[in-house]
Design a protein around this ligand. Structure first.
Ligand code: PLP
Length: 486
């Protein structure tokens, strides 16, 4: 073992406490051969996880502080054998995980990963490039531009978002960042004092809109009312924008949602676009979950009205088999975005940027540095093809419809909202306490994990179908369990 206090790296293949060879000529670094062997062990562990995840209780049951208590108070002085670290993943970490990749995960919205996306992510980490400028790794930028153009084609999205026109796409870390960035571009375009700016969304808009407005220093955020289906009411939006304008304020940004978080309600984007345009506001469409549905041609109603949007995003990291983080964000006109976010310090100047022939994605996002996220999306698209992506999304939507039919037929249950896609919301006829108790009983089985929302003031259980490992029989078992426990 190394005497780290002497500052000397180990040499000559010393053995660690478990007989494992410790760092040699590479100093403390893992050599390529060690990486090869240990990497194989990690891939094996992930494959085993995929095999066993369906047998583990879906939601973690650890108490607060339990994981930390299993960890040593102080970091190691000397290098530790990798085998020990990997063993501690099982000993310390595993039962502190809620298994989002479990076939019984029906909570929140899915965060589905897949073999090709995990491997793309690994390669991205292996290359370890920073793609902030085209010149810092041309492939990182060009593959991203290309994959984002492919995605327009795969989802039949408006060509005005293509990178060979005035617009273009970029991968953000999250839908929250996409909304924030759209607000910054719109704020720049509006050119008015921040305290006079007004942003709008519906009462069902995601909390990231509130956060974005707060970060962007926007004076006012109005939550417009919805109709029976919980979709934004364009007449109410129009009235709110007109009243604000009359009061000397500047309506500058509207977020419409395709697939709200509570119930997957779909705002009437075409009508909202007309209202936004009439008032000179930027329209951002947040399709965080639902956008992925457009890979199936018969579900392209989720694209209705998008040709009137200034920006649009959806999350392959929710429902398109691409592990977090991966948000596809497009703008119809990249001008205001670049003007809002471009800063070119001397140390980043380079001939390619100056030539004006390249895209520097640092100007399209909040941070400077950026990962090579396009790799995992490229892997996913090539592994599944348009046919495979559509097949699995279509399956989820079909299973949701089937589940909804069974729940609607149950004398003790009612559907709480329409189910246009892969989310079914229901409640117990005996009231909130009964609904809450039913959800708790289902989750207590450990076989499934469900989360809730409120709809029209009532407690409602959400069943969100979209984990990669979920099969038809898992949804049937869930329906059976609901039947039995309701
Ligand atoms: N918008 C909607 C409609 C969502 O449902 C969510 C998350 O569920 C978000 C935004 C936030 O997504 P992210 O975690 O990518 O910021």
């Amino acid at each position: 073992m190394t005497d780290a206090s002497a500052g000397e790296p180990a040499s000559g293949g010393d053995t660690g406490p478990t007989g494992e060879t410790m760092p040699t000529g590479a100093g403390y670094h893992m050599t390529p051969d060690e990486f090869r062997a240990r990497g194989a062990a990690v891939v094996e562990r992930i494959a085993r996880y995929m095999e066993e995840v369906g047998d583990l209780p879906v939601a973690s049951r650890v108490a607060p502080g339990e994981i930390r208590r299993r960890l040593p108070a102080h970091p190691p002085t000397d290098p530790e054998p990798f085998a020990d670290v990997l063993a501690d993943v099982d000993r310390v970490v595993l039962d502190g995980l809620t298994h989002w990749q479990s076939p019984g995960f029906f909570g929140y919205f899915p965060a589905n990963a897949s073999g090709p996306s995990i491997l793309g992510e690994l390669l991205s980490a292996g290359f370890g490039v920073q793609g902030m400028l085209w010149s810092t790794s041309p492939a990182c930028t060009e593959l991203e531009q290309h994959v984002l153009d492919w995605m327009l084609e795969l989802c039949d999205l408006p060509p005005r978002f293509r990178s060979d026109g005035a617009g273009g796409g970029v991968i953000q870390d999250s839908a929250s960042s996409a909304t924030l960035v759209s607000m910054l571009a719109a704020r720049h375009r509006a050119g008015a004092p921040f305290d006079r700016l007004v942003a709008y969304t519906s009462t069902e808009g995601h909390s990231s809109i509130d956060k974005g407005a707060r970060i962007a220093g926007i004076g006012h955020l109005r939550k417009v009312g919805t109709d029976d289906t919980l979709a934004l009411d364009p007449a109410a939006l129009d009235a709110a924008m007109a009243a604000d304008r009359d009061a000397g304020l500047v309506p500058f940004h509207v977020t419409a949602t395709v697939g709200t978080t509570s119930t997957t309600a779909i705002d009437p984007v075409a009508a909202v676009a007309r209202v936004a345009r009439r008032h000179g506001a930027w329209l951002h469409v947040d399709g965080a979950l639902a956008g992925a549905a457009a890979v199936a041609p018969e579900l392209r109603f989720v694209n209705d009205g998008l040709d009137g949007a200034d920006s649009y995003c959806f999350n392959p990291h929710k429902w398109l088999f691409t592990n977090f983080d991966c948000n596809c964000f497009w703008v119809a006109d990249r001008g205001p975005l670049l003007e809002a976010l471009s800063i070119l310090p001397e140390y980043l100047r380079n001939a390619a940027t100056e030539s004006g022939e390249v895209v520097d994605y640092r100007d399209w996002q909040i941070p400077l540095g950026r990962r090579f996220r396009a790799l995992k999306l490229w892997f996913v698209i090539r592994h599944y093809g348009a046919t495979g992506l559509a097949h699995h999304v279509r399956e989820h939507v079909g299973w949701a419809a089937e589940l909804a039919e069974r729940l609607a037929a149950h004398p003790k249950l009612v559907l709480a909202a329409p189910h246009p896609l892969n989310l079914v919301c229901f409640r117990h006829v005996d009231g909130d306490d009964a609904t809450r108790a039913l959800m708790a009983a289902l989750n207590a089985t450990g076989r499934v994990f469900l989360t809730h929302t409120t709809v029209h003031g009532r407690f409602v259980v959400r069943v969100s179908i979209g984990a990669t490992a979920t099969r038809h029989h898992h949804v049937v078992s869930l329906a059976d369990a609901i039947d039995e426990l309701a």
